[in-house]
Design a protein around this ligand. Structure first.
Ligand SMILES: [Zn+2]
Length: 486
């Protein structure tokens, strides 16, 4: 196959075969070199396929499988739910609804009975709408969990609306029959392809590890897996899982999130009492970290606040090097001089600039007095630390355009420091950086490299979506008339 007409690594045509890039050059030369090749005319610019440096394939796939009720008014939501009920058995799952939509739907008890069993989350995950029968079947009307509320109608019976802690047992019951883990992973991969993403570092439970291994055996998508540390058995070692997947590492948590003010800080929040919530005493993790690192696992530590970042680096610095470098996830606030220490310790900065879409206003309040040290992407880059860019999907959209918007635009954080990356460094962090973070040498668009190519009219930094995506030379996504065959 020869694609020509778009800029591709400084040339105007690329020949692809057997999953690899065969040659680059002027189209006439490639025609002579590969007689009989199919020739396709495209317009735009080819970039190498992206790798997402941090996401959750199984939970992203499950989120995509749910009804999206965001922005819907009650009549439309009612139609969507009834149509879905007609098409499937078992729990009907939805998300993204406004809390007021759920209140309105709860007034129609007849509707809820027809939709049973039902589980719809409000977008903030603090209110859930079910059906009265499911609420009673779980005994939630008789024993309201502490910290929760079960709404009752005038007749004293549950309406189906559950708040805070009362929602959790119902959500757990509804998620139990989710099965189909491999189908969910496949759904995630198909969604990522059309965004130009051909591989990822994914954080999974054992169920997800198995599903990722089998889905990527069939589909051209590379997965480097980190498993939750507590679920890794004594005899387990890093290993290839299948054709395109490998178990690389183990994941630990040191703190919570900025939004819930549970990120662990050295000094109290500017807008809330306390310094957040360490999930563990770091000393308690040292032994199991050492044992996993000795067996060759790369360790990934979730650290959002500066106290967590400091503790994470302290733990990782003292470990033997693994097959792939150790890494810290998120790093939204760090101490002074942290970037240089990170680079010296060869620990990967795994960052998700797209979180700024939701977090920026929160960060400006909570860390008003220390913004220069928040989202310090440029400091990481200047210090020469290895950057891996990811999205944390399903927490945020995996769109590279959104991530680049904030990687380049992070100066909006303020605090008298530069935060944003330049385009070249951001793009490198979206492919080479991710490969290096898992100990793999990636290649650009050169003969012999894997044919992972994404065609843009201009580029993701302009907010464009891909026109054509090739993963291992296979066309995994095409928008309308991406090419004309000659
Ligand atoms: Zn995550």
């Amino acid at each position: 196959m020869i694609y020509h007409g778009a800029e591709v690594a400084g040339q105007d045509a690329v020949a692809v075969g057997g999953g690899r890039i065969l040659a680059l050059g002027p189209v006439d030369r490639l025609r002579r070199q590969f007689p009989g090749a199919t020739v396709r005319r495209v317009a735009g610019r080819f970039l190498p396929g992206f790798l997402d440096g941090h996401l959750h394939l199984l939970s992203y796939g499950r989120a995509l499988g749910e009804l999206d009720l965001a922005g819907l008014a009650a009549p439309k939501a009612r139609d969507v739910l009834l149509a879905a009920r007609g098409a499937q058995d078992g729990w009907l799952r939805g998300r993204g609804a406004s809390a007021s939509l759920l209140v309105e739907l709860a007034r129609d008890q007849n509707l809820l009975r027809r939709l049973a069993p039902l589980r719809v989350w409000a977008h903030d995950l603090h209110t859930l709408l079910s059906d009265p029968g499911s609420v009673r079947a779980l005994g939630l009307d008789r024993h309201v969990p502490p910290g929760g509320a079960v709404e009752q109608g005038p007749d004293g019976l549950p309406t189906g609306l559950l708040r805070e802690a009362a929602a959790l047992p119902l959500a757990a019951a509804a998620d139990q029959d989710q099965g189909g883990a491999e189908a969910a992973v496949e759904r995630a991969i198909r969604d990522l392809w059309r965004r130009g993403i051909v591989g990822a570092v994914t954080f999974e439970t054992p169920e997800g590890v198995a599903a990722v291994a089998s889905a990527t055996g069939r589909l051209p998508f590379q997965a480097y897996v980190y498993q939750t540390a507590a679920s890794i058995g004594r005899g387990q070692r890093p290993r290839r899982l299948g054709r395109r997947s490998a178990l690389v590492g183990a994941k630990f948590f040191l703190d919570g999130t900025l939004g819930s003010r549970t990120a662990w800080l050295r000094a109290p929040y500017a807008d809330a009492p306390g310094t957040g919530l360490p999930r563990h005493d770091p000393e308690d993790l040292r032994g199991s970290m050492r044992s996993l690192a000795r067996r060759g696992f790369s360790l990934a530590v979730h650290a959002i606040g500066d106290a967590a970042a400091q503790a994470a680096l302290g733990l990782l610095e003292s470990l033997p090097p693994a097959e792939a470098p150790h890494r810290i996830e998120h790093l939204q606030l760090v101490p002074e001089g942290f970037a240089e220490r990170l680079a010296a310790a060869d620990v990967t900065a795994s960052i998700q600039p797209c979180h700024l879409e939701q977090d920026l206003a929160d960060a400006r309040r909570a860390w008003a007095d220390r913004l220069a040290r928040a989202y310090p992407y440029r400091a990481f880059g200047d210090a020469g630390a290895r950057l891996a860019l990811g999205s944390d999907a399903p927490v945020e959209s995996p769109s590279p355009a959104l991530n680049l918007k904030w990687a380049l635009g992070a100066d909006a954080v303020g605090g008298g420091a530069r935060h944003g990356l330049d385009l070249e460094l951001a793009l490198r962090g979206y492919r080479d950086g991710v490969y290096q973070s898992v100990g793999v040498r990636g290649q650009d668009i050169v003969p012999g490299a894997r044919a992972d190519l994404v065609l843009y009219r201009q580029g993701p930094e302009h907010g464009d979506d891909p026109l054509l995506v090739l993963s291992e030379g296979q066309e995994v996504f095409r928008a309308g008339e991406a090419y004309v065959e000659e």
